[in-house]
Structure formats: structure tokens, C-alpha cells
Write a protein that binds this ligand. Sequence first.
Ligand code: ADP
Ligand code: ZN
Length: 591
Amino acid sequence: MPAPLDVLHSTFGYASFRGRQEEVIDRVMAGAHTLAVMPTGAGKSLTYQVPALCRRGTGLVISPLIALMHDQVRSAEAAGIRAAALTSADDNRDETLSRFRSGDLDLLYVAPERASTEGFQRLIDRAAPLALFAIDEAHCVSEWGHDFRPDYRLLRPLLDAHPEVPRLALTATADRHTRADILAQLGIPEDGLILAGFDRPNIRYAISPRDGLPRQLARLVAEVEGPGIVYAPSRDATERIAAALTASGRPARAYHAGLDPAVRAANQRAFVASEDMVMAATIAFGMGIDKPDVRFVAHAGLPKSIEAYYQETGRAGRDGDPAVAHLFWGAEDFARARRRIEVETPEDRRPGERQRLNALAALVESGSCRRAILLRHFGEDPPPACGNCDNCLNPPTAADATETARKLLSAAFRTEMRYGLGHLTDVLAGRDNEKVRSLGHDRLSVFGIASADDLTLIKPVARALMARDALRADEYGGLSFGPAARPILKGEERVDVVLPPKRERRRRDRGGGSVEEHPHDPLFEALRAVRRDLARDQGVPPYVIFHDATLREMAALKPRTRGALGTIAGVGAKKLEAYGDAFLDAIRQFA
Ligand code: ADP
Ligand code: ZN
């Protein structure tokens, strides 16, 4: 029986385990049942792949999506692992079954629908022994989870029929409730829970008010070279964004539920295979995309909740290289969300929804470390500054804008709470124009009471008041009081706004500086070209051959022999054999 560390070196070409991988693997090796909750990119797949290679028999992996299974099989095979999926989309099912029966598979991927049938039970009884059960995306077993899949609940008889086979449930997202549910449903003891931290240190978080979104996106895209996702709130918006980016010379596609399924699938395939494409998508896009080299995730509008934001941004930088998550928000996002809560949401769910929105308001409005806010939201106790978010890299100035806020609220009140910010600003500024005069607003006590300082603060103040539900906008932009207005007017609540320092504004818009931490290197580019050719020949995405980090290490160390190449992280025995010479040739040409 090979040792896990040897398999890590020889098959995967990695030097050491990361985070809590080793703990998880040790438990599986010892035959214990385990639930591993680890963030995206932590390397969950390795925790069942390695024991499946070390233990006798086949590792059975339950996975919810065909696309995910095929991704996994492709990557496993590239590393020399004997893997196959058994799905309606595979026409080599007979071959797979006979390989499974004769013990010629390290990993077999199946959907829960198939795994829970009696026919599958009988198949297992006649097949070679099982090395382990891996239950991927295990939150699907819980009604509390966000992707409940009833068939996950039918897996228990299969698991219980083989009590000696270790169970490993894996997920990136599970709150306390969901975790307890997974343990109970899958028969995993409480001490089998391994909970890794939520932090994704390679993701740089940045949040800016929307202020000319096309220009802001163009800047982000110019700044970050690799593949990216822009989440947009509507189908139209995804198409507009994709068209604008394409026109600017960056390959881009749209993805939303209204597209012809064939077009949608083609767009997804093109994105997965690409090294520089931007996908403008509704939130329907993402689950089942295991692309490790996504360099940025942008939000063109407010996400649903901090949980959703965390999950969506988590699709950036799975390979561990630097990545950016940039959220662009507007006060109207909050206005719309608040209207939806008050109008469309059943009454008993409103308090929870309001809380969700307030948590988002606190995140976007804050002048302090974004990562710390996120991690605290998930119950962690992070250091107060991370050094890798917009506010840490480029601290904004906070201004006490309580007086300005009170003037704005008074103006809304005196004009009977039906006018938009433009008109209220005119009144406060004392602009004696046609509309102001015809409405008689030049005779109000609030006419002309704003100072020049008030006027520079008025937009951020309006944004802050709308985000925290002190002002509500109707469909036409007319502003009226929300529940948070009175305490501010009475002087019980302060209103602070954060202001990016003027000179820094451009830099801050880009998330606090460049992510381009790697200077241009012609050898690296040449190695990427080799990778592209190999990927095309084999019909796989480039990252299946090698990750960028592996190519970068090759470019830095310039190995001249197979032996030297084999010491580079990510170069396992199979890949060395299959691709080594192509890369060595390219390196020699540069020497
Ligand atoms: P997850 O499923 O947790 O999101 P993956 O299993 O897709 O993460 O792994 C993310 C990436 O990290 C993969 O490309 C994997 O090869 C790489 N990886 C996993 N474990 C290690 C390790 N110990 N050392 C270096 N890279 C690793
Ligand atoms: Zn920070």
C-alpha cells in the first residue's frame, strides 16, 4: 500500500499537503467517516483521490452534476489516475462497468440518482472492493443547504450496506445547521467534522459605488489579464456587457437562462477552454464550473446576500494565484431589494431578508477591512486588517456626514417625500430654477441651507441612507423615509461616509493597485504556447495540462532535464512522461 505522501509526490507532483488535507486523508486511511468543510480551492478532490490510490479497491464518488464529473475525470486521467464516470451522457458505460467489476478503476463517479438504485447495489456486490465513498457537494443532502437534492437522502442504504468503507463528505459551504444535517443524514460521527477556515487569502476584495459601469469594467478588464466572470443582474445586461467587451477587443460571451441551450453550452465550453475570456453571466452560471484559473469575478450589481457573494467570488483563483473580486453597487440596488422585500416577500420571511440586506449594506459601506467583515460574518475571529483588500491597501477617509444627512432628510420631508435626489439637491443648494420656483420650494426653510461641503457629500450620503434603509426610492426615484430615518433626524444615530482620497480615486477603482504581480516573461509566454498546443491536440482546457503557477516555476528555474523538471510543483510522473519533452524543448530554445 503506497503512503499518501508518496502518492502526492509521484502522481500529483506536489511537495506537501495544504491546510487540513492531511488530517482528512489520515482519517480516511484509518477507515473513519469524515465531513470536510473546506473553502473552494483548498484542494478537496485530493483528499479522496489520494486515499483512493493508496487503499485497495475503487473510490466511489457521488457527484451532483455530469459536467463536474467529466471535469474531474479529465483532470484525474491527465495525472495518470484510472477514473471514469457512469452517466447517461457516457456511451462507454459497458466498458466502464467491466473495468469497475475487474478492479481496473481507481475512481468511479456516479450521480446520486444512480448510486441509490438497487441495481447499483448489486453491481457493487459483484465488483471489486470499495476503497471509500466520497460524497461531493454534500450540502445537497440538506434541506437547509442552498442546493437541496432529494436523491442525496437516498444514499444512506448504500452507505450502510458497507459499514467498513470510509465515508468522506465534502463541501465548501455549510452553516452550522447544514453541517449537523449532513452528519446525521450520512451517518458520520460528530468528531468526524473537519472545518477549515473560510479565508481565501489570494483573493483581493474591492467594492466601489457604480460610477460609469462600462468604464469601470473596462478598467478592471484592462488591469486583469486572465479569464474572468462578470455577474450581471439581468439577461440584457449580460449581453450588453459581453458586446461592449468584445468591441473593446477582449473575447467575451454571455450566459443566461434565456439563451438557446446549444449556444449556452458552447459559450461555457469556450470559456472553460480559454485563457483570457470574460463571461458576462447571470447567477445561473457557476455551479459545475471548476475552472481553476479564473482571475477575476466582478459583480455589476448587488449580490443576494453575503453568502451568495462569498460563493460567487469564490470562483476566482482556485489555483491559488492572485485573483480579484470587485463589486460595483448602486443605491438603486438597495432600493430595489428593499421594495422586493416589502412587496413580494411573505411577511414571516421579511425580518430575515432585511437582516441579510443590512449585512450587505454594512459590507459595501464600510471603510475597514472587507475580509475581516466577511470572515466575522462566518463566525471567525480574523485580524482587523488583511493587507489585501481595497480598504487595507488604500485606506479611505471617513467623514462624519450626520449634519448633511439630516439636511437631506429634512429636504425630503419638507417636499412631501416624492422628489428625487436631483431636485432635493437643487433645493438644498438654493438653486432658483423653474421647477423649484413653480413648486414653491424656494420658500421652504430648507432652501439654500447646504454648504459647499454638504454638497460634495450629498451623493455618498444619499447612497449610505438608502443602503441602511433611512431613505427609500420608489420606481421613479422619489425618496421617502424608511425606518432608519427618524433616529438620524433626532440625533440618535450618526452617519459616517467613506470617501476615497481624490487623488487615489482612480487607483482605488481598480481595487487598490495592480494584481499583475508577475512581470512579462517571454519564456513563460512560450511555455503557455506549448501548453495551448498540447491542450488543443488533446481536446482539454489548458489548465488540465499544467497550471500557470507550474509554468511560472518552470520559467524561473529553467530545468534542463526530466529529472529537474519533475521536481517542479504540479509535475507528476504521468505528466512528466506525457508532456515533459515538449516543455524541455521550449526551455532549451531560450537558454
Ligand atoms: P476544491 O475542490 O477544494 O475547490 P480542488 O480540489 O479543485 O479544490 O483543488 C484546487 C487546486 O489546488 C487544484 O488544481 C489542485 O491540483 C491544487 N492542489 C490541491 N492540493 C494541493 C497541494 N497539496 N499542493 C499544491 N496544489 C494543490
Ligand atoms: Zn483587508
